[in-house]
Design a protein around this ligand. Structure first.
Ligand SMILES: N[C@@H](CCC(=O)N[C@@H](CS)C(=O)NCC(=O)O)C(=O)O
Length: 222
């Protein structure tokens, strides 16, 4: 093995994308194994690699870590993106969990039936505009710093820039009433590691298409 973390998931965003974002933002290179078939998935279950028979799986520092949040918090801790003390950590956890709730809606969107798409899109827009983005707009305005927590780049910043870009793909004008978030987006996009991740050819995955949805359904069907 190369010593780089090894990620096992499908060749698409899903639950792995935040992990790719966080590693990339930390400047860490990684390898990826893409599940294309049910047989491949069943084989890694048989091998005992998946504690709960679920991916994402990340092999790092001699461990096979599953559960998205466990992976993310390990990476955040290891690369110093998890605050300077328990209080900052609690703040980061709150921000991250809120953003994950919003991202969950985006994650499930491609799997919604055609007749529910419009309603689900409206819900994403409504929640982003009225519940989640106002929180971060206010935080940034109140402390006037570049980053969400402790005047230092953290996991919370990475989650937020990922979420902003993901919501914008669906609702392009979503930031129109959020000047602080507009400036935050520009700042984050210009951080060297993030800038690199946003460039073509990086491990960042495109928005899910029909082929991705079919592959997910095929691999995980009972
Ligand atoms: N709580 C887990 C959920 C993981 C999960 O649901 N993974 C899906 C793929 S995105 C899966 O492996 N599904 C197969 C199954 O649950 O049997 C996490 O956050 O990692």
């Amino acid at each position: 093995m190369s010593g780089k973390p090894r990620l096992t998931y499908l060749n698409g965003r899903g639950r792995m994308e935040s992990i790719r974002w966080l590693l990339a933002a930390a400047g860490v290179e990684f390898e990826e194994i893409f599940l294309e078939t049910k047989e491949q998935y069943e084989k890694i279950i048989k091998d005992g690699s998946l504690m709960f028979q679920q991916v994402p799986l990340v092999e790092i520092d001699g461990m096979k870590i599953v559960q998205t949040r466990a992976i993310l918090s390990y990476v955040a801790g290891k690369y110093n993106l998890y605050g300077k003390d328990l209080k900052e950590r609690a703040l980061i956890d709150m921000y991250v969990e809120g953003i994950i709730d919003l991202m969950q809606m985006i994650l499930m969107f491609p799997f919604s039936p055609p007749e529910a798409k419009e309603k689900n899109l409206d819900s994403i827009k409504e929640r982003a505009t009225n519940r989640y983005f106002p929180v971060f707009e206010k935080v940034l305005k109140q402390h006037g710093q570049d980053f969400l927590v402790g005047n230092k780049f953290s996991w919370a910043d990475v989650q937020l820039i990922e979420a902003i870009l993901a919501v914008e793909e669906k609702v392009p004008a979503v930031l129109s009433g959020f000047p602080q978030l507009q400036a935050f987006k520009i700042r984050m996009s210009n951080m060297p590691t993030i800038k690199k991740f946003l460039q073509p050819g990086s491990p960042r995955k495109p928005p899910p298409d029909e082929h991705y949805v079919e592959t997910v359904l095929k691999i995980f069907s009972k």
